[in-house]
Ligand binder design. Structure first.
Ligand code: COA
Length: 193
């Protein structure tokens, strides 16, 4: 992690098929085109699909300028081989993986993630999550990871199970999906090392 003025810039992490790097404001168009404008990606998210790049810019500003030890965001950028296989534009971010909350006293980190539909079903998100968890154990000393998933988001549940998470509880406290309908929230946990 590099500290730049008052913000934290997450370190780059390289995996077999991915480069996980800090977001920059130049990512706006790619982020909007590749995932934030897609209602299928937003289907089980708290926020709606973005109707204009200006909305994505607002999110991107918070990713770029307000990262702290409490929240860190990585852009998921496919490497050259993965781009060639999927006919993608080299260097474009195709999703995000984040530590959305970090409790430094308890050493607990909550994860959040989203991926462009064109890359679904290739095990990309488990690869990204495993890498971020490994980084978080060694750099932040994380002892417990968590993730929250709206009931019905089977793809996300599969990802978490593949990464070794277990369903520990269900929140029924009136949390709403982006349609405004209340929905159960499944809480998953996994011990860090
Ligand atoms: C959840 C998500 C990140 C999964 O990423 P991924 O890289 O596709 O994960 P995987 O390749 O491991 O696939 C996970 C599951 O997705 C489902 N899946 C695979 N391809 C799919 C497709 N084309 N369409 C719909 N679901 C698909 C399968 O159930 C798969 O499980 P399996 O491998 O046991 O068959 C991705 O679907 C996504 O971005 N969804 C929208 C955002 C979201 O819901 N984020 C999580 C909020 S808690």
């Amino acid at each position: 992690m590099r500290q730049f003025q008052h913000r934290i810039v997450p370190e780059q992490i390289v995996t077999k098929r991915l480069i996980l790097r800090a977001f920059c404001m130049e990512d706006e168009q790619a982020m909007f085109k590749n995932w934030t404008s897609d209602p299928q990606v937003a289907r089980f998210m708290a926020g709606k699909a973005h109707s204009s790049p200006a909305i994505t810019r607002g999110v991107l500003e918070s990713f770029c300028y307000h990262s702290s030890r409490g929240n860190l965001h990585w852009a998921i950028v496919p490497n050259r081989a993965l781009c060639d296989e999927n006919r993608l534009t080299a260097g474009e971010p195709m999703g995000s993986v984040s530590i959305v909350r970090f409790d430094s006293m308890r050493k607990e980190a909550e994860l959040g993630y989203a991926l462009s539909r064109v890359l679904w079903g290739q095990g990309i998100m488990p690869e990204a999550i495993e890498a971020v968890m490994e980084w978080a154990v060694s750099h932040l000393g994380v002892k417990q990871f968590s993730a929250q998933v709206f009931a019905g988001n089977e793809a996300s549940v599969r990802v978490l199970k593949k990464c070794g998470f277990s369903h520990t509880s269900t929140r029924q406290d009136g949390a709403c999906r982006n349609t405004g309908e209340p929905a159960d929230v499944l809480v998953f946990k996994k011990r860090g090392r």
